[in-house]
Every structure is written in structure tokens, then in C-alpha cells.
Design a protein around this ligand. Structure first.
Ligand SMILES: [Zn+2]
Length: 616
């Protein structure tokens, strides 16, 4: 049973998001927007904004945001389909459902979210109310997990049967989709079976709390099965891009400006239940750069819980490197031998745990103390090795002041001359730069000499932002005009490039573009956030145009702004190309190469002339 996509769009455009949200939140008009206290995080000054014009909401405090359906889903904790129905009922719009065979489909992503949602409710229902859930209930009782916590994390249990979920799902969801999501497998004879059977289920959420996959821990001893099973990647789930528990922890992480990072699901859940709510779990994979970037939006102060030995540090070195490179402030807690966060907090409680966290030391201090404890500094060969390793960690810190501080502290502590340490550090830093250079973003549209780098100036930033703002006017003429001159890949700033690609795709598909229609399908949190910000924050086209750009839609002024922006963008692009060629001309190695460069230069200059004519 699906709601046709055009019906969803009809319902969305018939409702005013302000009316719906005003049912739940006290809104006051402020400028063009409405403002209120955010229902998704605790605040005293309103940062929750609703745009009537763009039909989206956005919270500047916790970054919640989306269209009217997203609001209802998050506020009332209901599925997408339920949210659509609820709006339709308010408006008195009849919904005709279509079968799976229907030609117009709900977006692929939404269907997958729905399948996960249904599976999650099924597993949770078994655990909380069904007889087959007894094994699961016993497990959580032993682990001292309360029912309230089980509900909060939507924990579940998949009964130890071959096809209990298959049977349940048969008439409710598209089994192909369930297979795609790794909930169901197909045996050699074509028979379908439950993938997670006999496992405790941990739903994995996106930061906004939508279920993208599952982690399953086996309960019955079975030497053929892995202890943990995770959903495969799908269009709604990319491993290494999410952190387990973030949707629950994000407000608390912001409030305390600190995040505790643990390894397992159960560590996180135990800490959470004991009132330590600023926790995320890496679980499953090694920490990735994407995860760190995601986390940096909430806090850059991270506390790691470690096994207290050098092997433990070595194993975690990769994570630490990534965190240091992204300017995180790392503090380390060592747990008593034989304890993990789960066992520790259950045995000693929140206060003792908080104390432990308070005693956390910087990564550098921790590492030094470990080498000391293991006797490295008593013999000169091992001492050199330890110091080299300490300096190596320092080389990962991008903040020069911080590095100098630690150099001084090593120097003092071990009586080593500062400049000796510095020269060691310099060697490592030079190596680092060399390794990183090729990865930098090069100017993509220049296919002939792709090696040059363009400095992102403020002018480029403003111009690119203006172009995105032009897209956001939603005028098909303007969007068409811009794309006839610029490819999405010509944007130099990655974020803008992603947004341009998204708009380009949407516009080609539908011939129109509206933020509220696409905002909920955007997976990339950064893109989504920036797009909401631009839509809602009343950025206006650059200040010189502000006077020209009237409140009413005056298409001739708008098209003038559009022409101007395009001209500036193109001519800046060409200037950069010309500058680059000129610098290459100075370093040519053969006459032939020089001639070729001059020829290209001629072409660029001709292009530039043509450009001036075209836009005047
Ligand atoms: Zn908020």
C-alpha cells in the first residue's frame, strides 16, 4: 500500500506548515519568519524558526529541520506515511492508495525507511510483549536494562525461528525491499529466511532519529554465526557515516559541550540509563573521518575510554589520529583493569563514573604516563623510541600553539633541548604535507592542466552563495538559465557543488525546484543544514543588489541580478584559468609546450571577450 508521490506533493503544498506547527509550539512572527521555543531540545531563548515562504522549519540550536511531514514524524514519533495521513485528514483530502505495482511510487528512500520502521516495531513488540521474547527479556534483565530504556532505544528481539519475520512481513511490506535491507535472505532453493533470527536487535538511527539499519547480537550459542550482525549498506545506510546513539545524545552533547565515546551498544545503553547521556558508540567499524566530521557539529571535546595498556593505545591510534587532525580536544579515561564502561557504571554508579571522567587527562599526558609506567625511560634506546612516538602524535595536531605547548612540556619533563624536539617535529610535518597535497581539490573544469589549485577567496564564496540563492528563488527560468552556463561541478566549494548537483538532478527530473519538496530526502546532514539555513535565514543576494532586489517578485530585476552574478562567476573563473596558464608559461620545459600554452591562452582570452559581449 503506497501513497502516490503526486498525492504526497499535493498534500504538502495544500497545507501551511505554520498552521500545523502552531498546534504544538507557541509561534511569534518575527520578520518574515515565525519563531518559538524548540520542541526538540531544551532552550530558554527561541531558536526554532518556521519559514512560511519556504514551508520548512529549522532550529538554530539543535539543527532539527525539514518540511511539515518531518515535523510531525519527529514531534509525534510517527512514520512518514502516518504523517502524510495525519495532514491529509486535517485538510479533508482523500487518499487513494496504490498497489506496489502502481506506476508512481513513493521515493525509494521513504519506502526503505518504512520497511525498517515496520521491522523495528515488530522486533520491539516481540521483546516487550510476546512469549517468544522471553529469551531476549532475560538477557536484558541480566544486563540490568529497564523497560523504559528498551522503549527509548526501541530495542528488540528476533525470535529463534527460521522465518517468523518473513511470515509477518509477507502481507505488509515489499519483501524485495526487506531483502535489500538485509532483514531477509534467500536460501539456495529460493526459500526466504530471517537474517536476524535469535538475536537481540539494536536499531541504528540517523542523527535525526530515522532507522537506517540494525545491529544484532546473537544470544543462542552458535559456532557458525558471528556474534554481531549488521545491516548491509543501502541507499539509506552507509557504514562509517553514523555514530550509534547520536540521535539520543546530541542535545546533551551540545549542552555539556563534551562527548564520551565508547565501543559497544551495551556500553552506551548502560551509561545512558545511568544518566550519562552524552555518549556515542563507534561499534562495528573503526572510527572514520566522516564520523568525526559529523561529531564535530555537536562538540569537539571528546573523552575516550581505554584499556590501560600500550597495546590498547596502539589499537586506538588510528582513531586518535583522525580526531587530532580534526582539532578535537581529546581526553582519556583509563578504566580499572577488567572493567568496561557497562560493568563499571552498573557496579559503581553515575557519581563514581563522573569522577573518573573528571580525572581524564590529555592524550599527551596519558601516552607519556604509559611509557613511563612500562619503564621506557630507564633505558636510553627505548627512551628515544618513546619520545619519537610522543612527538609523532604531536605532529598530528594542526594547532601550532598547542604543539608548542606540548613540545615545551616534553622538553621540561625529560630534559631534552626544545630545538631538538622541534626539528624532529618539523621532519614529520614536512612528510605530512607531501602526502596530502595530491588529495586537495583541484579546479575541476580545467581538464588540460588539472594540477593547479585555486585559493577560495571571499569573492568566490559570496558568488557561489548568490548562485545557490538564485536557485532557491525556485524560478524555473532562472534555474534553467544558470545551468545553461554552469555545470554543478564547476562550483569550487564542495558543499555548494553538492547542493548544485542536487538541484540540477531534481530540476531535470521535475522541471521545478522547491526546498520543502526535497529537504527530507537529503542524506548529507551538512548539505541539508546549509540549505535550510540559506532558505530560512533571510540571506539576501549580495549587499549591492539588496536595493535592487525588491520584496515582491520582480522578475526583471531578478534576471538582472542573475545575469550579473553569472557574468562575475564566469569571468572570475576565466581570470583564474588565465592566471594559471601565465604561471605555467614561466616554467615551460620545451618550446612545444610553450606554444601549446600560448594557444590555450589565446582561446581563454577569446572566451572572455565573448563572455563580455554575451552578458552585456
Ligand atoms: Zn532545537
Amino acid at each position: 500500500m503506497r501513497i502516490p508521490e503526486n498525492k504526497i506533493e499535493e498534500i504538502r503544498s495544500a497545507v501551511n506548515i505554520v498552521d500545523i506547527i502552531a498546534e504544538f509550539v507557541n509561534l511569534r512572527k518575527r520578520g518574515q519568519n515565525f519563531l518559538g521555543l524548540c520542541p526538540f531540545h531544551n532552550e530558554k531563548t527561541p531558536s526554532f524558526t518556521v519559514s512560511e515562504e519556504k514551508q520548512i522549519f529549522h532550529c538554530f540550536g539543535c539543527h532539527a529541520g525539514g518540511n511539515v511531514f518531518k515535523f510531525l514524524m519527529d514531534y509525534e514519533k510517527i512514520s512518514f506515511v502516518e504523517a502524510v495521513k495525519s495532514v491529509a485528514e486535517r485538510l479533508g483530502i482523500q487518499i487513494e492508495y496504490e498497489n506496489q505495482a502502481g506506476t508512481e511510487k513513493q521515493s525509494e528512500q521513504e519506502m526503505l525507511y518504512d520497511v525498517n520502521e515496520i521491522a523495528m516495531k515488530y522486533f520491539s513488540d516481540i521483546l516487550l510483549t510476546k512469549e517468544e521474547g522471553e529469551t531476549g527479556r532475560k538477557y536484558f534483565q541480566q544486563r540490568k536494562i529497564k523497560n523504559q530504556t528498551i522503549r527509548e532505544f526501541n530495542l528488540g528481539y528476533a525470535p529463534y525461528k527460521r522465518d517468523a519475520f518473513v511470515e509477518y512481513a509477507k502481507n505488509r511490506i515489499d519483501l524485495e525491499k526487506a531483502m535489500q535491507l538485509g532483514l531477509i535472505g534467500r536460501g539456495k532453493e529460493g526459500n526466504l529466511f530471517d537474517k536476524f533470527s535469535g538475536r537481540i536487535i539494536f536499531p541504528i538511527d540517523s542523527p535525526n532519529g530515522r532507522v537506517v539499519g540494525f545491529g544484532g547480537r546473537i544470544l543462542e550459542k552458535n559456532e557458525y554465526a558471528a556474534k554481531y550482525l549488521n545491516s548491509p549498506e543501502s541507499i539509506i545506510y552507509t557504514k562509517g557515516k553514523l555514530l550509534y546513539g547520536l540521535s539520543h545524545a546530541k542535545d546533551e552533547i551540545r549542552r555539556l559541550n563534551k562527548v564520551i565515546m565508547v565501543e559497544g551498544y551495551m556500553d552506551l545503553i548502560s551509561l545512558y540509563q545511568n544518566g550519562i547521556k552524552n555518549v556515542v558508540a563507534v561499534s562495528g567499524t573503526a572510527l572514520t573521518e566522516d564520523q568525526v566530521v559529523l561529531l564535530s557539529r555537536y562538540s569537539k571535546n571528546v573523552v575516550l575510554l581505554f584499556d590501560a595498556d600500550i597495546a590498547g593505545v596502539k589499537a586506538s591510534m588510528r582513531s586518535i589520529e583522525i580526531l587530532l587532525k580534526k582539532d578535537f580536544e581529546i581526553r582519556i579515561v583509563s578504566l580499572p583493569k577488567g572493567e568496561d564502561p557497562d560493568s563499571y557504571v552498573n557496579q559503581f554508579g553515575k557519581e563514581k563514573f563522573d569522577e573518573l571522567v573528571k580525572q581524564a587527562v590529555s592524550f599527551h599526558e596519558y601516552q607519556t604516563a604509559l611509557y613511563e609506567a612500562e619503564g621506557y625511560f630507564t633505558d636510553s634506546a627505548r627512551s628515544a623510541e618513546a619520545i619519537r612516538n610522543l612527538v609523532k602524535s604531536l605532529s598530528l595536531i594542526s594547532d601550532e600553539l598547542k604543539r608548542n605547548f606540548y613540545i615545551k612540556s616534553i622538553s621540561k619533563r625529560f630534559g631534552i633541548r626544545e630545538n631538538l624536539l622541534e626539528s624532529e617535529l618539523d621532519k614529520l610535518l614536512v612528510k605530512d604535507v607531501k602526502q596530502e597535497t595530491p588529495a586537495k581539490d583541484s579546479f575541476r573544469s580545467n581538464k588540460v592542466f588539472p594540477n593547479k589549485e585555486i585559493k577560495i577567496t571571499q569573492e568566490i564564496q559570496f558568488l557561489e552563495r548568490d548562485i545557490i540563492l538564485l536557485f532557491l528563488t525556485g524560478s524555473p527560468d532562472i534555474i534553467k538559465f544558470v545551468f545553461s552556463h554552469i555545470n554543478p561541478e564547476e562550483f569550487l566549494i564542495e558543499l555548494n557543488r553538492k547542493i548544485a548537483e542536487l538541484i540540477y538532478e531534481e530540476f531535470n527530473k521535475k522541471g521545478s525546484f522547491e526546498v520543502a519538496a526535497v529537504i527530507d530526502t537529503i542524506e548529507d546532514e551538512e548539505v541539508k543544514d546549509y540549505l535550510q539555513l540559506l532558505s530560512i535565514d533571510q540571506y539576501s543576494l549580495s549587499s549591492s543588489w539588496e536595493k535592487l532586489y525588491p520584496k515582491q517578485d520582480n522578475s526583471s530585476v531578478l534576471s538582472k541580478v542573475c545575469m550579473d552574478t553569472m557574468k562575475k562567476f564566469k569571468s572570475l573563473q576565466m581570470d583564474n584559468q588565465i592566471k594559471d596558464i601565465l604561471s605555467q608559461v614561466q616554467n615551460v620545459s620545451s618550446e612545444e609546450e610553450g606554444r601549446e600554452l600560448l594557444h590555450i591562452l589565446d582561446q581563454y582570452q577569446a572566451d572572455k571577450k565573448r563572455l563580455n559581449e554575451e552578458f552585456n
